[in-house]
Design a protein around this ligand. Sequence first.
Ligand code: PSV
Ligand code: MN
Ligand code: MN
Length: 386
Amino acid sequence: MPSLTSVKAALATQAIETPSWAYGNSGTRFKVFAQPGVPRSAFEKLDDAARVHAHTGVAPTVALHIPWDKVDDYAALAKHAEDQGLRLGTINSNVFQDDDYRLGSVCHPDAAVRRKAIDHLLACVDVMDATGSRDLKLWFADGTNYPGQDDIRARQDRLAEALSEVYTRLGDDQRLLLEYKFFEPAFYTTDVPDWGTAYAHCLKLGDKAKVVVDTGHHAPGTNIEFIVASLLRENKLGAFDFNSRFYADDDLMAGAADPFQLFRIMYEVVRGGGYTPDTAFMLDQCHNIEAKIPAIIRSVMNVQEATAKALLIDREGLSAAQTSGDVLAANAVLMDAYNTDVRPLLADVRSERGLDPDPISAYRRSGWADRIATERVGGAQAGWGA
Ligand code: PSV
Ligand code: MN
Ligand code: MN
């Protein structure tokens, strides 16, 4: 069995990145429900993220989405983060909201549109230089809706060309993270639909290119932990975008729909040596109907709980059962860890770090929700449709 001290130490050093856009108003294509007190600027999003970190102790970085979080002075934004004990994290690019991108961005048939998209990606690297961010996350809405609409292979060539130009621009300590998604907004072909395509492009680019696994971006029934194991084996897993889904890319709270899947994923992370700062553990979700800050705290706690259970697995016992072919015993080792109530353990980890053992009630007692509802008027939409 792993020692409790080592499990606690591993949990105390966990880092989960929260997305700036989860703090703003969001919704579906049918309706954006405005909530009181939502941030009016990137600076205020950081103020909210600081509350999540203050109560959980494990959310020290915030991902930005450009241009949703466009500011005149990124160094000032980084300083604002630092003043609150935070750092700016991954820079997410956005080449999917301009009219020009109707037929795609870096895969668009028109070279002028491709140039515009690549220039945005290069500008995102400039932002990284100013914020001190390590990672550039690329997700492309590119694809086609109808057979014959465009040349599938030519689009891959255009994609490779664009990625290569951006990769060349990266500094020594910067990385390119390529995110895949099987459909939406394109419905016939998607240019980066799966981990195989992302992996093939990253392999060609080099060591600084890694794949992002967004847990909401697979067909129902996909064994995501297998993908995680495979990418870690190849040293190509760069990051997670955690969220939950019941149907498609639902972007619900991580660990809400299927905590068992999150546990299985975290087990492969631990098993494959991915529980290190080389893997960015990010949330990518929206809180359309629930209060945002406590929902983000809840999501962070859900990831912590899945991680704690994964760390508690009796790896020696598991290995012995696997080697002897004892199917039931091997499965029981995993289920014993999964069925452990890790909440008291995590409460201890927090108390030992001087934090309230119950982050959600500590947040509620803090009065922050009332304060922002009074002080902030006219909060911002997260970005979709903005
Ligand atoms: C696309 O569905 C995605 O998962 C990408 O990470 C985007 O940048 C993000 O959502 C925007 O919410
Ligand atoms: Mn994502
Ligand atoms: Mn998504």
